[in-house]
Design a protein around this ligand. Structure first.
Ligand code: HSE
Length: 428
């Protein structure tokens, strides 16, 4: 039984700093919990001379990946982020028979199945609790605690940046640009926020969750993705009047033996728990046939919450090394097809800007009728007297996406329709 487990850290940023600090400051506790001490052997950084808040023995720092990975290494903790060189270094580490712990959602979403298979082949494991939901335990519950269930649905708010922006738009009536600027000022959004705003980050995380929940490989490219940039402050007002919150929802739902996987701004009934998850918080709701609905909620990012998830994986890998056992490899045991968005059936919120004249509504209603899309309600909102235009909000009964899209093509062509302001789907 080894009495020391050697750890290499790739990356010393916000999370890497938290992990280095935890290994050093909690050394006694961790050694009691594992039955061996954790030794930080090397830290890969981009710039050796950079001023850092976290004080790490300068002798441990290296800018050379080969130097970082060579020698007596048991666990490689990858916290570089991004696809490359992280993917290459993870692959290299697994090939050398090292355990890998990573927070990298992009790498796990795109290459998870290959890396898990490689880990299994080499008799080690790749652990990735921190890749989704920061400090929220969700990967491990899906792999273990919920594994006796047939899961029918995963619904999640898994991007703190967008949830913060949507909360500001809803609560303070801010427009998108102002809310984004506020999020950037507070450090909740990056200077280039595209990855968050356009839903890429949430799609990576959903790909990981759906693959685990449904025991099949779901790639990020299979997820229908819409960002939050098209939302207006008045969408939140109208939605609230109708009894809904608007959330960037990541949804994976199994219906008729195939999966619908979507990341999109969604109307969520305001009495649902997910509708009340505000600010930078994340939440994941899982529906299992034995457990019913369970909800995991907490901090989805940040140094300490993410350190909590990373270190839990480090401790698990260290325990496996101490016990000398072979980890049970995660296997995809099902083949589940992903359904195209055109086949989605749900209710829709459609905001239209129209000429404020008699019989306009009749033409719009006819277009919906022509495509068998049943209208549940129409509300006329703010009229602009000078421009002689009015805003209509149409709520539909459940309808097929392709029928709704065909309806909107026809509606756009009507002479009295100025524009289709927004289309949002209802979930719940
Ligand atoms: N940009 C991510 C978010 C951080 O806003 O949730 C964690 O992945």
């Amino acid at each position: 039984m080894p009495n020391q487990v050697n750890v290499v850290l790739l990356g010393l940023g916000v999370v890497g700093g938290g992990v280095a600090r935890a290994i050093s400051e909690r050394a006694d506790t961790y050694s009691q919990r594992v039955g061996a001490s954790l030794a930080l052997r090397r830290v890969l950084v981009r710039h050796l001379e950079k001023e850092r808040e976290i004080k790490v023995d300068p002798g441990l720092l290296t800018a050379d990946p080969e130097e970082a990975l060579s020698g007596d290494v048991d666990i490689v903790v990858e916290l570089l982020g991004g696809e490359h060189p992280a993917y290459d270094l993870i692959k290299d580490s697994l090939s050398r028979g090292r355990y890998v712990v990573t927070a990298n959602k992009e790498v796990m979403a795109k290459h998870g199945s290959e890396l898990l298979a490689l880990a299994a082949e080499r008799g080690v494991d790749i652990l990735y609790e921190a890749s989704v939901g920061g400090g929220i335990p969700i990967i491990s519950p899906l792999k273990r605690d919920l594994s006796a269930n047939d899961i029918s649905c995963v619904r999640a708010i898994i991007n703190g940046t967008t949830n913060y922006i949507l909360t500001c738009m809803s609560r303070d009536g801010l427009d998108f640009d102002t809310a984004l600027a506020q999020a950037q000022q507070l450090g909740y959004a990056e200077a280039d926020p595209t990855n968050d705003i356009d839903g890429h980050d949430a799609a990576y995380k959903l790909a990981i969750l759906a693959s685990l929940a449904f025991h099949t490989r779901v790639g990020p490219e299979e997820i229908c993705r819409e960002g939050i940039g098209g939302l207006a402050a008045r969408d939140f007002r109208y939605a609230r009047e109708l009894g809904y919150a608007i959330k960037l929802l990541a949804v994976a739902r199994l219906e008729d033996s195939s999966l619908q996987v979507l990341v999109h701004p969604t109307l969520v009934p305001e009495d649902e728990l997910l509708a009340k998850v505000d600010g930078v918080l994340n939440a994941v709701e899982i529906e299992g046939d034995l457990t019913g609905r369970v909800l995991f909620q907490g901090a989805g990012a940040g140094s300490l919450p993410t350190t909590s998830a990373v270190m839990a994986d480090v401790l698990e890998a260290a325990r496996a090394l101490v016990l000398g056992g072979r980890p049970f490899p995660w296997r995809y045991t099902a083949e589940v097809a992903v359904r195209p968005l055109a086949e989605l059936v749900t209710r829709y919120y459609i905001r239209l800007e129209v000429a404020d004249r008699p019989s306009v509504l009749a033409g719009i209603a006819r277009a919906f009728g022509d495509h068998q899309v049943s209208i549940a309600s129409v509300i006329q909102k703010e009229a602009d007297e000078a421009a002689q235009t009015a805003e209509l909000v149409v709520m539909t009964h459940p309808a097929r996406e392709e029928a709704v899209q065909a309806t909107l093509v026809q509606v756009r062509d009507l002479p009295d329709v100025v524009s289709v302001g927004n289309l949002l789907r209802v979930d719940g």
